[in-house]
Design a protein around this ligand. Structure first.
Ligand SMILES: [Zn+2]
Length: 165
């Protein structure tokens, strides 16, 4: 089974070179975020005590230290505010440029702005005001051992992509 996607590892798995989170519920207390992504939903947590919206999702509120958090939906579309295209120093096996954008999720959103990677986008084409939408993609999974049992941690991650005009 090809598990790493990193050619020089020849299929072996290296946790230190794995850039993606382990999403299985046995290892990750925000696994609900990834479960929602699999259903095409974009979510984060909000503190029930002080109301602060926490992104990325947390298990404890950094404002009031409450662990009473609830899951809320975020918009899956937004408008680009600023773009950065990274040509060097990108993670191993990422194609350059790696495009990141500040995205305005709109006035009605519980969280106004996020920083996200933008994919499916030719270099130097993304600009301020462009509309982008959530895109969920598969990430290579790998076997994990817990209590002498091997589980396959299926994984997804997200980025945004330009909305076709
Ligand atoms: Zn709080």
């Amino acid at each position: 089974m090809a598990v790493s996607g990193i050619p020089f590892l020849e299929g072996r798995y290296s946790p230190t070179l794995d850039l993606w989170p382990i999403e299985a519920k046995e290892f990750n207390r925000i696994h609900t975020f990834y479960d929602s992504l699999r259903e095409g939903r974009f979510t984060t947590t909000r503190c029930k005590q002080c109301g602060r919206v926490l992104y990325p999702p947390r298990v404890i509120c950094p404002e009031c230290y409450s662990d009473e958090l609830e899951w809320i939906e975020l918009p899956k579309r937004g408008k680009v505010i600023a773009v950065v295209e990274k040509l060097g120093g990108v993670p191993i096996c990422f194609e350059v440029p790696v495009i990141d954008a500040w995205i305005d999720l709109g006035e009605g959103s519980p969280l106004r702005h996020i920083l996200s990677r933008v994919i499916n986008c030719p270099p130097q084409s993304l600009k301020e005001g462009d509309e982008v939408q959530l895109v969920v993609f598969d990430v290579p999974s790998h076997p994990m051992e817990i209590r002498r049992e091997t589980i396959i941690a299926e994984r997804v991650f997200f980025a945004f992509e330009p909305v076709k005009k």
